[in-house]
Write a protein that binds this ligand. Structure first.
Ligand code: DGJ
Length: 400
């Protein structure tokens, strides 16, 4: 028995090293934290005027918030500003989830704004259901086939993010669009970015399409040359000069990219075939196997946080920083401090945002792969000490 366990452990360590995870990450991925760790303190969901990281979080109608892999940001809504939380409504499980939106004025209380990018239950619904007919009625049958290829009950629709586009006074959602192909039943074989638009953050959002993104320049070593321009976990970032960027994991999750968007925020600023590395996009940390990227700017410095790639299991986060978005990125290391820092407090990054008073907030997903809809949200205070982004555990806290 001992020999068997030893063999199993050695095989797991070898597998982890081959996939690029450290043994520490493997321990965390296999073991998680002890259940009596303070990071699992919050069983109570009755407190509504404070953050309780990891607790069940109910909306104003008393229903668990369904906005996983999402993003929180403050944006213009009907001539005022509100916090908008966009995410995956995982009630359908791993695939076929709609994109949901919640709104708040204080970050504690959230009203459900609806499923704003919806998945038709069948191809026929695109013709017959008035909701979908109103959105896609003008499309040809072939275009509707394309839409159904992206939005269907077996599709992967992950990590939706939203930007307000001032030029067009509209809202744009990007998401990771994936699924199996006739050649491969692996659910992440497509590796594309989907884009949808609406005049309101509360939808309905109309899908524009999906595409592959930037490619490895010919003078660099591509970590996955057989599949160009892949986009999986992604995030959006709006810079102070009005330029917007998409950051995403590519090359079979081995390499991160940041690409500048066009003025409408509906595509890249340059076609991937013509885009210039260092001008229109940048390829970062080849082979480092990072995903769940989050890009932000604080006091003139850019920060890029990401996780390692261990499926739904948590692992060690890392932050890089740069003075220019397409400049040199420096490794800051693990931003988390204290107990369970090596598993990011059992979360995976999805958004870091600034509250009205200048308090920055980390929002990570605590995935529950046995019951995905019951995955939890962990919001923690972020500090910038001597130019370093740090995150510490708090069992209960208020931003204001
Ligand atoms: C990690 C990603 O960050 C998630 O969005 C999801 O795709 C899981 N992998 C699936 O295993």
């Amino acid at each position: 028995m001992k020999a068997y366990l030893c063999l199993l452990l050695t095989a797991a360590v070898c597998a982890a090293l081959l996939c690029g995870c450290s043994v520490g990450e493997l321990n965390n991925a296999l073991g998680h934290a002890a259940q009596d760790s303070p990071i699992y303190d919050n069983r109570d969901d009755t407190v509504t005027d404070a953050f309780l990281p990891g607790a069940r979080w109910l909306d104003e109608d008393g229903r668990p918030i369904q906005a996983h892999g999402g993003q929180v940001s403050r944006m213009p809504v009907d001539d005022a500003f509100a916090y908008i939380w966009v995410g995956e409504d995982k009630r359908s499980g791993h695939t076929g989830n709609c994109v949901s939106v919640y709104a708040s004025d204080d970050l504690y209380h959230w009203r459900f704004g609806g499923d704003v990018l919806r998945v038709p239950p069948s191809r026929e619904a695109l013709d017959d259901d008035p909701y979908f007919a109103a959105l896609y009625g003008a499309c040809t049958p072939a275009e509707k086939d394309e839409i159904y290829a992206v939005l269907n009950p077996f599709a992967v629709i992950e990590r939706p993010k939203m930007l307000y586009n001032e030029k067009n006074d509209n809202y744009v959602i990007w998401f990771h669009s994936d699924g199996a192909t006739p050649q491969n039943d692996y659910l992440y074989d497509i590796g594309m970015a989907g884009v949808a638009v609406s005049d309101s953050p509360f939808g309905p959002f109309r899908l524009l399409g999906r595409s592959r993104l930037s490619r490895c320049p010919v003078d660099q070593l591509d970590c996955y040359p057989r599949s160009k321009g892949e986009a999986r976990d992604l995030n959006l970032f709006l810079d102070e000069d009005g330029a917007a960027y998409v950051t995403y994991t590519s090359e079979n999750n081995k390499t991160l990219y940041i690409s500048r968007l066009n003025e409408d925020f509906t595509g890249l600023c340059k076609d991937p075939a013509e885009a210039v590395h260092g001008v229109d996009y940048i390829r970062l940390f080849p082979g480092a196997m990072r995903e769940a990227p989050v890009l932000l700017r604080h006091e003139g410095r850019y920060y890029l946080m990401s996780s390692s790639t261990t499926g739904w299991a948590s692992n060690q986060a890392r932050v890089w920083w740069a003075n220019e978005i397409f400049g040199t990125w420096h490794n800051q290391g693990n931003p988390c401090l204290g107990s369970e820092k090596n598993i990011t407090f059992d979360t995976q990054s999805t958004s870091i945002f600034e509250a009205e008073n200048g308090q920055w907030i980390y929002y990570g997903d605590r995935w529950n792969n046995y019951d995905l809809p019951d995955s939890r949200y962990v919001w923690l205070p972020v500090r910038f000490d001597d130019g370093k982004l740090t995150i510490t555990w708090q069992s209960t806290w208020r931003w204001d």
